[in-house]
Every structure is written in structure tokens, then in C-alpha cells.
Ligand binder design. Structure first.
Ligand code: GLU
Length: 306
């Protein structure tokens, strides 16, 4: 595994076409695109890494996997009254199908859906309490208390919130959001601002490769059926309108973020985190996708191989 990751990192270092860094969040526009990291956590407790795997980056939408897990733990299947579970085929911040479907977001991984998930887990609590709970959950699944929010990134998103605020107000107008829009957005932007390295992110995904149990700590995070279902949603909806392409090229459940990270789960085999800040036109890490394609070719880990 170490040799595979070293080879992939060397190949990625030589790439010149690295995509474009997201600049609609000004704080992310400063990130150097010439970085690449990869880490794989395996069921025997090992964490293999190569490239800039210990550099912190903004996990952005990858955090939606963690809030979905919290929401399923708190609300169970009642969550699905607030949000659907079908792929959208639309960009991450699209408002069009929201209008067709009376303000109920298609799935928990598009922005509208993730905002609805935050509203559902708030349950009358103040933003501070929910943020504490989200961070505690991330510490619990990674077994690493050093992980923090990046308040500058969260503030930068809050300042440029118009698009997400429009989605939230639209949902509220249809009765799908209970709390104050700015309070919900404050939590949502902070969850997106969590800064993690590939090594930490690969550790965070361990429970999803082993039926909901973090084999490293021996603790059950979520029941096996929910773990399987979260993986299904990642497979179908984890890359917005690039989800079909990701399934075609990689064939594993994955969730991307506009910070350039991707968390990918090979059930029973590994939890993989890749990061390279340059994005393709649909907002997924260009080299991240390429690296995962190579990893799957070299390991045979696609869920469609045997
Ligand atoms: N915080 C970002 C937004 O709301 C997340 C988008 C993403 O990572 O895809 O626009």
C-alpha cells in the first residue's frame, strides 16, 4: 500500500493540469493549488500516507457525511421527512429542483439538503451547543481532539452567504426549515470550515468501512444498516452532478468538498482521503479523482470488481 501511494503521489506531482481553486469563498482562493495528499486507513489499524497528507485543509461538504450520521442517530428514519435521498443531477447550490419539489431538498449532500439536516439536528438548541456536538462527534470518530473549526473560513462564507441564504429562505417559505435562517447557516458554515488533514480524514471514515464500527477504538458509531445506507447515498449523491462520473471512474462511495478533498470508502478494505485544491468544472477535486481512479486500478477495490 505504501508503494502504491508513493507512486500515485509522484505521478500527481508531475501533473500540470490541476484544475481551478474555488474562489467563491474568498478565504479558499488563497490556497496553493500545487499540493496533493493521500491517506488510507485499513481495518488492521494502519494509516498509510503520501504527499501533503498531514497538511490541514477545509473539508467543506465532506462534513455533510458527519452531520448526516449525527442526524440519523438522533432522528432515525424521521429525517427523511425533511430531506430526500435521490441524486439531483444538479450543481451543489442549485435552487431549481427545490422549486419543483416544494422546498424539500433532493438529498442530504446538496447544499439545501445539508442545511435542512442542520435545521433538523438543532431541535431548538442554540448554534453553540450544536457546534460543540458536531466537533465532539468528529473528535470521537477520529480519536483526535486537535481538530478545530477554521473561524476565518466560516466568517468568509457567512459574508458571502447570499446563495445559500436564498436556498434556506426558500425552504423556510415552504415550512421545511424551523429555525432562524442565519442561525442555521452559522452552524452549516462552521461545519464546512472544519480543517483536517488527509490522515485525519481517512481515520474519520473508518466506521463506514466496517459496518458502523470504528475497529481502531472498537466503538460502534452507528448501526450496520445505517452505515450501509450512508455509503449508498455517498455513491449516488456524493459528487453532485459529477456523481455518475465518479461511480464510473472509481466505483466507490465518496464525498467531495470544494476545498479539494474527497473521502472515499472501500467497504471492508479501506477509508481513503485525497486532497488537491484544484477543482474540475462541477466542483470536485481534479487530481483527487484521478488519484482515486489509479488507486482503484492498482488495488481492485471498486465495489463492482471481485
Ligand atoms: N460550504 C460550501 C457551500 O455551502 C460547501 C460546498 C461544497 O463543498 O461543495 O457552498
Amino acid at each position: 500500500m505504501q508503494k502504491i501511494l508513493d507512486d500515485i503521489a509522484a505521478q500527481m506531482a508531475a501533473e500540470t493540469d490541476r484544475g481551478e481553486v474555488a474562489d467563491y469563498i474568498p478565504q479558499l482562493a488563497h490556497v496553493d493549488p500545487n499540493q496533493f495528499g493521500i491517506a488510507v486507513a485499513t481495518p488492521d489499524g494502519q494509516v498509510y500516507a503520501a504527499g501533503d497528507a498531514s497538511t490541514l485543509f477545509s473539508i467543506q461538504s465532506i462534513s455533510k457525511v458527519f452531520t448526516l450520521t449525527i442526524a440519523l442517530g438522533k432522528l432515525g428514519d424521521a429525517l427523511w421527512t425533511h430531506v430526500g435521498r435521490e441524486p439531483s443531477g444538479d450543481p451543489f447550490n442549485s435552487i431549481t429542483i427545490l422549486e419543483y419539489e416544494s422546498g424539500r431538498p433532493r438529498n442530504p449532500f446538496i447544499n439545501a439538503g445539508a442545511i435542512a439536516v442542520v435545521d433538523a439536528i438543532m431541535m431548538g438548541h442554540e448554534p453553540k451547543e450544536i457546534l460543540g456536538e458536531i466537533l465532539q462527534f468528529v473528535h470521537f470518530i477520529t480519536d483526535d481532539d486537535s481538530i478545530r473549526f477554521d473561524h476565518k473560513v466560516a466568517a468568509s462564507e457567512m459574508e458571502h452567504r447570499d446563495r445559500n441564504a436564498a436556498l434556506a429562505h426558500f425552504m423556510k417559505a415552504f415550512g421545511h426549515l424551523k429555525h432562524d435562517v442565519d442561525k442555521v447557516l452559522g452552524v452549516y458554515f462552521h461545519q464546512c470550515s472544519i480543517a483536517m488533514s488527509c490522515q485525519q480524514l481517512a481515520c474519520a471514515g473508518r466506521f463506514l468501512m466496517s459496518n458502523g464500527v470504528n475497529q481502531h477504538t472498537g466503538v460502534s458509531v452507528i448501526n450496520p444498516q445505517r452505515s450501509r445506507r450512508i455509503n449508498s447515498l455517498m455513491m449516488m449523491c456524493g459528487h453532485y452532478d459529477g456523481s455518475g462520473e465518479f461511480a464510473y471512474r472509481v466505483g466507490l462511495p465518496g464525498k467531495s468538498g470544494v476545498g479539494g478533498g474527497i473521502l472515499t470508502i472501500a467497504p471492508g478494505k479501506g477509508s481513503i482521503a485525497v486532497w488537491s485544491p484544484g477543482l474540475d468544472p462541477v466542483g470536485n477535486s481534479k487530481l483527487g479523482l484521478k488519484a482515486l481512479e489509479l488507486l482503484v486500478q492498482k488495488t481492485g477495490w471498486s465495489v463492482f470488481s471481485n
